[in-house]
Design a binder for this molecule. Structure first.
Ligand code: ADP
Ligand code: ASP
Ligand code: MG
Length: 435
């Protein structure tokens, strides 16, 4: 059985949904994972932010707008009055449900429930389109089997058991439809796998059923050697290893959710990236093997905060780094890069939620300096550290930019460099010239 995930743009209009329906109509056994239609999750964020700020009039305006868009989608998607009505009823139900959250006490729980509506709507619309067109399939609700644990990690045992129970209900069915992104937490409340999380759903589900292949269908023809939005001459890469893809995704390549490679790697399931608009293009195949030498691709991660802790007492002091790291652990904030010298340690984080508390606690150990709005650019390739001269080329390419930190040697596949965000585009172009 294969797992096929279609992202927001792949199902962004009624016509695109129809196109996906014809792509999957081939008799192969598969689980199809759908994101929300493009723009929906952003809009649901806006609605919930307005509700958090008690701006229910603004929220209402956005809800009306979004509902109107969906009413049009329904009219374009279905032909028969019966399915058209069904679609309109579905839209009415979900948008009235969202309106029911215009209440005085609006918490993170209500927000997450609102954010889940995008995937719940797109999957049921798509399922009904298949029904109307006599394409055999079953809808299995992700909220019945996707669960994260106390550490916000997938509860793999629970997922496997419950997903298999769902699948076994329909032994003759070849095509299952489910939602990406959404899940429950250990209290049974609606949660999600963070922005772009449908890719992660796909690999968690792929691992749970030991899929033959995990396919990520999107709006570009595979993993490019650089972010195609910034680097004009970037090219799709035919092959990448799990480690290379994971580094690129973690360091900002939006095409894959940062956590989505690991479950596939652990289960050794190949991941194929494909373009829904150009299904004949070869795309990118990600496996345990690496092909080709040298720098293969670049990526960039914005919104990075660098924190430097400087202390005279650090010199030869046992346990200093441990104490510093414990502060980040206490605030459940993961560290991206670190560099140390005799008297200082620099650390980067991308989640600023607890920055104030972190800085407060670190001040116990020394002088703390914070730089926000930084970007990590990274170059990734197989064993690049072992290839003589590569670091010189990287430095030469970046000669016109001021470099705040470098991480070299932490991974054999990656060299990461912290720069000011305003230099990102030019730095990516310069680094891509090395490929
Ligand atoms: P989906 O809605 O299908 O999940 P995303 O927008 O999340 O799609 O991811 C696809 C987008 O990722 C592309 O349109 C492209 O702009 C962006 N992207 C960033 N870096 C890369 C890269 N290295 N290769 C391909 N796409 C990239
Ligand atoms: N709909 C969610 C988002 O926009 C998940 C996804 O698209 O992968 O972040
Ligand atoms: Mg995505």
């Amino acid at each position: 059985m294969k797992v096929l995930k279609f992202g927001g743009t792949s199902i962004g209009t009624a016509d695109r949904m129809k196109n996906v329906a014809s792509l999957i109509n081939n008799g192969e056994e598969k689980i199809v994972i759908l994101s929300a239609m493009s723009g929906t999750t952003n809009m649901l964020y806006k609605i919930s932010e307005e509700l958090e700020n008690k701006e229910s009039q603004n929220a209402n305006k956005f809800v009306d707008q979004l509902e109107e868009n969906y009413r049009k989608v329904v009219q374009e998607l279905f032909t028969s009055p019966e399915f058209n009505n069904r679609g309109l009823e579905l839209i009415k139900y979900h948008f009235n449900y969202i309106r029911s959250f215009m209440i005085d006490i609006f918490t993170i729980k209500e927000k997450r429930t609102i954010l889940a509506q995008g995937e719940l709507i797109s999957s049921v619309l798509f399922y009904n389109y298949l029904l109307e067109n006599n394409m055999e399939s079953k809808l299995i609700p992700a909220l019945n089997f996707m669960r994260i644990d106390n550490n916000l990690e997938p509860d793999n045992y629970y997922i496997k058991e419950n997903l298999n129970r769902e699948l076994k209900q329909y032994p003759d069915c070849k095509t299952f439809i489910t939602q990406g992104y959404i899940c429950r937490n250990m209290f049974g409340e609606i949660e999600n796998l963070k922005r772009g999380g449908s890719d992660y759903s796909a690999s968690i589900i792929g691992r749970a059923i030991n899929a033959e292949e995990i396919q990520i269908w999107t709006d570009v023809s595979g993993f490019y050697s650089g972010d195609p939005r910034y680097v004009n001459n970037a090219k799709p890469l035919p092959r990448l290893s799990f480690d290379e893809a994971a580094e690129l995704a973690y360091f900002g390549a939006k095409i894959l959710h940062p956590s989505s490679v690991l479950p596939a790697k652990l289960a050794n399931i190949q991941v194929r990236l494909k373009n829904t608009l150009k299904p004949g293009d070869p795309g990118t195949l990600i496996t345990s093997k690496s092909f080709g030498k040298g720098i293969k691709a670049t990526a960039a991660k914005d919104g990075i905060t660098a924190i430097k802790i400087k202390s005279g007492r650090m010199l030869l002091a046992y346990g200093f780094i441990r104490k510093v790291f414990e502060v980040f652990e206490r605030y459940k904030t993961s560290i991206d890069m670190t560099t140390t010298s005799e008297i200082a340690v620099s650390i980067t984080i991308d989640d600023k939620t607890y920055l104030k508390g972190i800085v407060n606690d670190l001040q116990l150990y020394g002088n703390v300096e914070v730089n926000e709005n930084m970007t990590i650019v990274c170059v990734v390739g197989d064993n690049i550290l072992e290839q003589k001269g590569y670091i010189n080329k990287v430095f030469d390419a970046l000669e016109n930019f001021s470099i705040r930190m470098i991480s070299y040697g932490g991974s054999r596949h990656n060299i990461s460099i912290l720069i000011n965000s305003e230099d990102k585009k030019e730095a990516l172009i310069a680094l891509n010239n090395l490929i």
